[in-house]
Design a protein around this ligand. Structure first.
Ligand SMILES: O=C(O)[C@H](O)[C@@H](O)[C@H](O)[C@H](O)COP(=O)(O)O
Length: 230
């Protein structure tokens, strides 16, 4: 399956097209199956997309949002992905959406794996998964530097606890298997550095965590990439 890469020179053009496409897919999922499941990522890149999506008229009560990964922090922390989603996505029209948190009261993410797996156990195939990527080739919290990487890439569980050594905070990440149990995966990327890493990660011999998504044959992948004009 080939990866479709759509390049934009302006973030705003990317957001226009991406949000329209997402609306169509979410509407279609609700029309066909009665409910839509949307997975979103944290980090800085998705903020303008979240803000745009939050204002769209969609059947939000029939849409459930899950994070691809969470930093193991209270949901009130400025670095929390849940806080980001609550502040920028679950607003306006989208305030009516359902949200499933990846957080528990446990102080260590490893202690929370069973509880979070149970919380996600009944979820069907995701309709749309939106992932980001770091310049080290991580996606979700599948960090190349972490001791738990092989487990997170091979487990049949929905989630894995991950301790990155090159990024702050312990994480709870959806596993590779759970993320690939989806109908459509998007990567939302911005900047020339990420464009370069993407190109490397798409090579057949590349072994970045993100390569597991770019090289698989199971789920269609589309990259929405904003790079300034040369
Ligand atoms: O919580 C997180 O850190 C993520 O979900 C992570 O996978 C993110 O998508 C990338 O690190 C890109 O982050 P930026 O958009 O901030 O570059």
């Amino acid at each position: 399956m080939t990866v479709a890469v759509k390049k934009f020179h302006h973030d705003s053009d990317l957001i226009d097209q991406f949000s329209r496409q997402l609306c169509r897919e979410l509407e279609r999922a609700v029309a066909e199956r009665g409910h839509a499941y949307l997975v979103v990522s944290g980090g800085r890149t998705p903020v303008p997309l979240f803000e745009r999506l939050s204002k769209q008229v969609l059947p939000w009560p029939r849409i459930t949002i899950v994070l691809a990964d969470e930093r193991w922090l209270p949901a009130t922390d400025a670095q929390s992905n849940e806080r980001l989603v609550r502040q920028h996505l679950l607003q306006h029209q989208a305030a009516a959406a359902n949200f499933i948190s990846l957080l528990t009261d446990a102080s260590d993410a490893h202690q929370a794996v069973t509880e979070v797996n149970e919380r996600l156990a009944d979820l069907p195939r995701f309709d749309v998964v939106i992932l980001g990527m770091g310049e080290d080739g991580h996606t979700a919290s599948l960090f190349p530097c972490s001791a738990e990487l092989e487990h997170a890439l091979s487990t049949a569980d929905s989630v894995a606890a991950v301790t990155p050594t090159t990024a702050p905070h312990q994480r709870m990440s959806l596993s590779l298997a759970r993320l690939l149990n989806s109908r459509h995966i998007y990567f939302h990327l911005s900047g020339t550095n990420k464009a370069t890493v993407l190109e490397q990660a798409m090579q057949p011999e590349a072994d970045f965590p993100v390569s597991r998504f770019l090289q698989q044959q199971q789920v269609p992948v589309e990259v929405m990439l904003a790079v300034p004009e040369e």
